[in-house]
Design a protein around this ligand. Structure first.
Ligand SMILES: Cc1cc2nc3c(=O)[nH]c(=O)nc-3n(C[C@H](O)[C@H](O)[C@H](O)COP(=O)(O)OP(=O)(O)OC[C@H]3O[C@@H](n4cnc5c(N)ncnc54)[C@H](O)[C@@H]3O)c2cc1C
Ligand code: SF4
Length: 471
């Protein structure tokens, strides 16, 4: 039994986890929209993996056509509302905005996108058009995260059937269970799922493919399969003390925050988080917000080498989270079967422990944010001939998302190794466009593709017009 306890009362816990980016009021949104230069060949569009027509929707906001703006956004990216909240806009669309080069603040694209899409999510109004023509083709999507949602929504829009199999109680994947609460509440993800369901996507939740339902059965029933199963469990440390009751994985810690009332989330007074990627930052920030006296990141490399975005790091520091660089965990210490500290070694410039440098830090809660494992074993059990690439990622044709097995597609973290929500949606959508072409012979121009490392041509400028869609 763990000794962790809830710390803050209900009202304080809720206040502490309020969304960090407040919504625009109408007049603010119109004023911000009017700053846009409506650039020709707009770089912000090129920087969006889903190729949203950003100046197009901003212009609609400037003319108070909020529903039209939402339609432009959601037609290109069905998770446009959650992306408005969780996308690293500073390195994507806003990072590419020409105003930044002219010593002005870039357009606040994320908040404008949220302003437009909040309205339709709140009212439940259906603004995205669905083809009245039906092909009779059926696609099974394994996993209910952003990749499958992006693919399934596009398939039904183009006139095909889409059935999503999700092992958890609710669909949405990490959007529902993994994003930092102060960026997006799980209700937002579930409202998006509801909107996608209204488009015509069928969800079968609580079904773990491979355990509750054989893949062969799916292959018999469906014309094609999309694999959107994300990544596996958090990595293990393999040091003494790892199985003590106050040691948790960051993904499980964050999932707990999303699945129960905030005031019941248990944590220690002195929390340490191992790792320094974006997940580690999310975990440390949430521990501090929920009342930990100290919340400290321990990282074996230097400040310059951490993989967390600079703006996430700055946010955590502003919340008085602490950071120790060049230290590696050696042992998690216990007193009477409970965590009482962690023994660390200083590391050299190659992140190797320095002999004789060990010291102890007091803590009562250890959260591991060491990355997630891949799902190679499961995938090879399902498809023994499936080609896997470096590090166990599913190998796909980058233009179509088709795997080495004809009719089997993949996207999102399982195929890209772990990127952002917007990449998962873009990849799902690309698979749907190729499936559509395979089913009907009609081609649809795919969206531009961007990675966290920059824009990857060669799709040309951004947004696309789906064919055969009316409404
Ligand atoms: C802690 C954390 C914070 C993040 N924060 C951000 C952020 O702020 N912004 C951002 O853009 N990105 C963020 N990301 C990344 C983003 O969440 C992922 O890139 C995105 O969710 C990937 O979508 P996906 O559909 O590929 O996988 P997932 O979201 O992981 O969804 C996969 C789904 O498949 C289901 N599944 C797996 N196996 C089976 C099976 N056998 N049968 C049925 N269902 C199955 C799972 O239950 C899950 O629901 C974060 C990731 C983590 C871990
Ligand atoms: S780059 Fe900036 S100014 Fe130009 S269209 Fe995009 S948001 Fe507007």
């Amino acid at each position: 039994m763990s000794k962790l306890k809830p710390i803050l009362p209900k009202a304080k816990a809720r206040e502490a986890m309020e969304e960090i980016k407040p919504a625009f009021a109408s007049q603010e949104a119109v004023t911000e929209a009017n700053r846009c230069l409506y650039c020709y060949d707009a770089p912000c569009i090129m920087a969006c993996p889903t190729g949203i027509d950003i100046p197009g929707f901003i212009k609609k906001i400037a003319y108070d056509n909020v529903k039209g703006a939402a339609r432009t956004i959601l037609t290109a990216n069905i998770l446009g509302n959650s992306c408005a909240r969780v996308c690293p806009t500073k390195v994507l669309c806003e990072g590419a905005c020409v105003l930044e080069d002219r010593d002005h603040d870039p357009i606040d694209i994320g908040r404008l996108q949220r302003y437009a899409t909040d309205r339709v999510l709140e009212t439940g109004e259906q603004v995205v058009a669905v083809s009245p023509l039906k092909s009779g083709k059926k696609v099974a999507l394994i996993g209910g995260g952003p990749a499958s949602l992006g693919c399934a929504a596009e398939l039904v829009r183009l006139g095909h059937e889409a059935v999503v199999f999700e092992k958890k109680e609710h669909p949405g994947g990490l959007n529902t269970y993994g994003i930092a609460y102060y960026k997006m509440k799980p209700e937002i993800s579930l409202a998006e799922v509801e909107m996608i369901e209204k488009l015509g996507v069928e969800f079968r939740c609580g079904i773990e493919v491979g355990t509750d339902l054989a893949v062969d059965k799916i292959l018999q029933e469906f014309d094609a399969v999309f694999l959107g199963i994300g990544l596996g469990q958090g990595r293990r440390l393999a040091i003494p003390g790892e199985d003590l009751p106050e040691v948790a994985d960051a993904i499980d810690f964050i999932a707990e925050i999303h699945s129960q009332p905030l005031e019941t989330v248990k944590l220690g007074k002195n929390v340490v988080v191992l790792g320094c990627g974006n997940t580690a930052i999310d975990a440390v920030s949430q521990a501090k917000r929920l009342g930990a006296e100290s919340a400290t990141i321990l990282y074996r490399r230097s400040e310059e080498e951490m993989s967390a975005y600079g703006f996430e790091y700055a946010l955590a520091k502003s919340e008085r989270c602490e950071f120790m660089f060049q230290v590696a965990p050696v042992e998690i210490l216990e007193t009477n079967g409970h965590v009482s500290g962690i023994r660390l070694a200083k590391t050299d410039s190659n992140a190797q422990p320095i002999t004789g440098s060990e010291f102890t830090v007091n803590c009562d809660h250890v959260i591991k944010a060491l990355g997630q494992t891949k799902m190679e074993k499961t995938l090879l059990e399902w498809f023994p001939k499936l080609k896997l690439g470096a590090g166990g990622k599913i190998e796909v044709d980058p233009l179509t998302q088709e795997t080495s097995i004809p009719g089997v597609y993949a996207g999102g973290d399982a195929a890209n190794g772990g990127a952002e929500v917007v990449n998962a949606v873009a990849e799902g959508k690309r698979a749907a466009l190729h499936l559509h072409q395979t089913f009907t012979g009609e081609a649809v121009t795919p969206p531009a593709q961007t990675t966290r490392y920059g824009i990857e041509p060669p799709f040309g400028s951004g947004f696309y017009e789906p064919v055969r869609v009316s409404g």
